[in-house]
Design a protein around this ligand. Structure first.
Ligand code: GAR
Length: 209
């Protein structure tokens, strides 16, 4: 089983979806630790309740981005992860960090990338008059919410949607998309090569999405 460290900043529902999928004996990856840049992230307690080791690295405890990332990298080494899953981690990793784990960092974003990267995605999708929305799990490269897509899933945008109701609907497909993407990468069925996601054959999609 591939060793995965999940990075969170908030409630951690995507991290929990990964941990629940990984509880199945045939799942090809396990969550060996959960790291957060926020000591108060709700997901930390949820991970601890499942017996997963957690660590918080509050940014203000460090003199700068480099020192912050150096501490995280040192702690990562101790867990010897094969993969890193960013799951609502609201901080950009430096190019040097990404280079250390090239092709081995995944992120989930609650939009159909390359549309609506960054913050406030749901309101922007509504304001643009989108009739579908969704999520993207992708390999992390240097730009924010860039990098080749591994799994996408779509949901309808309803006429009476607010950013909140749309976010909740997208979240339901996030929880199915991230475990699928992690499975595909952990099994080596999708990899990043030359900045592209490469698959050996046809890939399953998120059921019902
Ligand atoms: C999720 O919707 C995730 O896609 C989003 O933050 C939420 C975290 O929820 N990530 C981003 O916006 C990254 N650009 P969670 O903590 O319950 O998984």
């Amino acid at each position: 089983r591939k060793r995965v460290v999940a990075f969170i900043s908030g409630g951690g529902s995507n991290m929990l979806a990964l941990a629940k999928a990984a509880a199945a004996p045939d799942f090809p990856a396990e969550i060996v630790a959960v790291f957060s840049d926020k000591a108060e992230a709700g997901g930390l307690e949820k991970a601890a309740a499942l017996g997963i080791p957690t660590r918080a690295f509050p940014r203000r405890d460090f003199s700068g981005k480099e020192a912050h990332e150096a501490a995280i990298l040192a702690a990562l080494d101790a867990h010897a992860p094969d993969l890193i899953c960013l799951a609502g981690y609201m901080r950009l990793l430096s190019a040097a960090f990404i280079a250390r784990y090239e092709g081995r960092i995944l992120n989930i974003h609650p939009a159909l990338l390359p549309l609506f990267p960054g913050l406030d995605t749901h309101q922007r999708a509504i304001d643009a008059g989108m009739r579908i929305a969704g999520c993207t799990v992708h390999f992390v490269t240097e730009g924010m919410d860039e990098g080749p897509s591994i799994v996408q899933a779509a949901v309808p945008v309803r006429p009476d949607d607010t950013a909140g109701t749309l976010a909740a609907r997208v979240l339901t497909v996030e929880h199915r998309s991230y475990p699928l993407a992690l499975r595909l990468v952990a099994e080596g069925r999708v990899r990043m090569e030359g900045g592209r996601a490469v698959a050996d054959g046809p890939l399953p999609s998120v059921e019902g999405a």
